[in-house]
Design a protein around this ligand. Structure first.
Ligand code: KIV
Ligand code: ZN
Length: 536
């Protein structure tokens, strides 16, 4: 377990993957998935988890309550719930976080001219709302954070007034958001320095923590966040893989690795165990169905790959020639052959544990069976393969509404690509159908659509190879949206056959859509659908 310690040079890592990150298009998560991500964030060592926006829906409230109870232990992170500066939101946020050992209410109000206009209030009324909101929050919870939303476009004089009112009413953290990703690093640094020095009651030595929350619309979120650290900011609000509204938030891994790698420049520290970064990144990618671009700093597939001959030669002679951090620093293990096909279940469990996965019971049996099958197909089974198998098992659960049992596809240049799928519904009923399509994946998806009648649009489809080589496992992430709905759902699948991974990812996304929208069992009545074969 991570031991969190604090001094004046500690940067508090406030992770908002489950709140701002979950606001990314397509990032809908079930409450069990949120809990699992929160557990991994705690292992990573974040100091605060913003678990959600409890007033947004009863589901959000329940998820925050569960995370507060199960992850917000005395040795764990603080658990924050977001609230607008209105009574009902603040009461709901408190209801969400109060079971945590270290609860926090994070309340906000838009302070820029356009946000005040949207709320149809003037500056004085804005200050009144901040006063009443923070006072109520403080009467419930000792740890209160206030954010003047759209601070990047708010005049500085009003920002000082808003922050001063929040501190006077008991806020202990002042978070300054660049909500629309508008500011430039040097002007942002100047603004933050001015705020820290000129806000009454919140200057150096006052005990108030200054924080930044940056969006990435101009690709400057990390630069703006780091600029704040050079002027006295000591909390950063970040998400895993930089996910979030529009172009996303500041990415946790970029800020943390900048602080760790450039210790001599910043002279700061964090409580993050950086070797947990890759695992956390993959978990978020898989659950949210949001792929990470290959050249993404720190966690992209190419972040540590050296392609040119000169680079390869240099790295082989001395890794430092072209590497400023090692793959191991971020938890990217280099081990090639981890286990052979004669390895037993015990060896597999031990290796998984070394990689940070506690896999037991039926789940271990399933991963072991998949490992044996893979070891028969591949010359070497790597750590990355094992992690993909564990992720695939986690993405497909016994409580799923529908499960893929078998699939057969015929395709090529002659005849129509045809897929036959055998699926099980929740009652254990077997359904077998066939369909034709423009290619093997299209035919398979059409067959699945005959079983799961949940009309949707396929928004994104990504295939990625886990390792190099023709025998590599293929990972697929998809995003779908119900017809005429803005909501989107992601799915993940991994298999040595990419058509199988594709179908698994699609079925995972459909299961998530059904769970979330409560459409229940949508299997066709009775026998298999029109072009289908009868169930055996
Ligand atoms: O971007 C933003 O301003 C926010 C606030 C709620 C902190 O997410
Ligand atoms: Zn935000």
């Amino acid at each position: 377990m991570v031991k969190r310690t604090y001094d004046d040079n500690t940067v508090i890592i406030f992770d908002t993957t489950l709140r701002d990150g979950e606001q990314s298009p397509g990032a809908t998560l079930s409450s069990a998935e949120k809990l699992e991500i929160a557990r991994q964030l705690a292992r990573l060592g974040v100091d605060v988890i913003e678990a959600g926006f409890p007033a947004a829906s009863p589901d959000d409230l329940r998820a925050v309550q569960r995370i507060a109870r199960e992850i917000g232990t005395i040795d764990g992170p603080a658990i924050a719930g977001l609230a607008r500066s209105v009574e009902s939101d603040i009461l709901r946020a408190w209801d969400g976080v109060k079971a945590a050992a270290k609860p926090r209410i994070h309340t906000f109000l838009g302070t820029s001219p356009s946000h005040l206009a949207m709320l149809r209030i003037d500056k004085e009324q804005g200050l009144d709302l901040i006063r009443s909101g923070v006072t109520l929050a403080k009467s419930l919870c000792a740890d209160v954070e206030f954010s003047p939303m759209d601070a990047g476009r708010t005049d500085t004089e009003y920002l000082v007034q808003a922050c001063a009112v929040a501190v006077e009413c008991g806020a202990t953290t002042l978070n300054i958001p660049d909500t629309v990703g508008y500011v430039m690093p040097s002007e942002w640094a100047d603004t933050l320095e001015m705020l820290i020095n000129e806000t009454p009651g919140a200057g150096p030595g006052s005990g108030v923590i200054w924080s930044v929350h940056c969006h990435n619309d101009l690709g400057l979120a990390t630069a703006n966040t780091l600029a704040g650290l050079t002027r006295g900011v000591r909390q950063v609000e970040v998400t895993i893989n930089g996910i979030g509204e529009r172009a996303g938030n500041t990415s946790l891994e970029e800020v943390v690795m900048a602080i760790h790698t450039r210790k001599s420049f910043y002279d700061l520290r964090t409580n993050i165990d950086s070797t947990q970064i890759m695992k956390t990144s993959r978990l978020v990618r898989n659950y949210m169905g949001m792929p990470v671009q290959p050249n993404k700093a720190i966690v992209g597939a190419n972040a540590f790959a050296h392609e040119s001959g000169i680079h390869q030669d240099g790295v082989l002679k001395n890794a430092e020639t072209f590497e400023i951090m090692t793959p191991e620093d971020v938890g990217l293990t280099q081990s090639k052959l981890v286990l052979g096909k004669h390895s037993g279940r015990h060896a597999l469990r031990v290796r998984l544990r070394e990689l940070g996965y506690e896999v037991e019971g039926d789940e271990l049996m399933d991963v072991f069976r998949r490992f044996k099958e893979l070891a028969d197909l591949k010359k070497s089974v790597t750590d990355a393969d094992l992690e993909a198998l564990v992720a695939d098992e986690a993405a497909h659960k016994p409580e799923d509404h529908f499960r893929l049992v078998d699939i057969q596809v015929v395709c090529g240049t002659m005849g129509l690509p045809t897929a036959t799928v055998k699926m099980l519904d929740q009652d254990g009923e077997e359904i077998i159908v066939s369909a034709v399509g423009t290619g093997p994946v299209d035919a398979s998806y059409r067959a699945v659509d005959l079983v799961i009648e949940a009309p949707n649009e396929l928004l994104e489809f990504n295939v990625h190879s886990v390792t190099e080589g023709i025998d590599a496992l293929g990972e697929v992430t998809v995003r779908i949206s119900p017809i005429d709905s803005p909501r989107t759902f992601g799915g993940y699948g991994a298999d040595s056959d990419i058509v199988v991974s594709s179908v698994k990812a699609y079925v995972a996304a459909l299961n998530r859509m059904i769970s979330s929208l409560g459409l229940g069992d949508m299997a066709p009545e009775g026998e298999a659908a029109t072009v289908g074969l009868s169930a055996s």
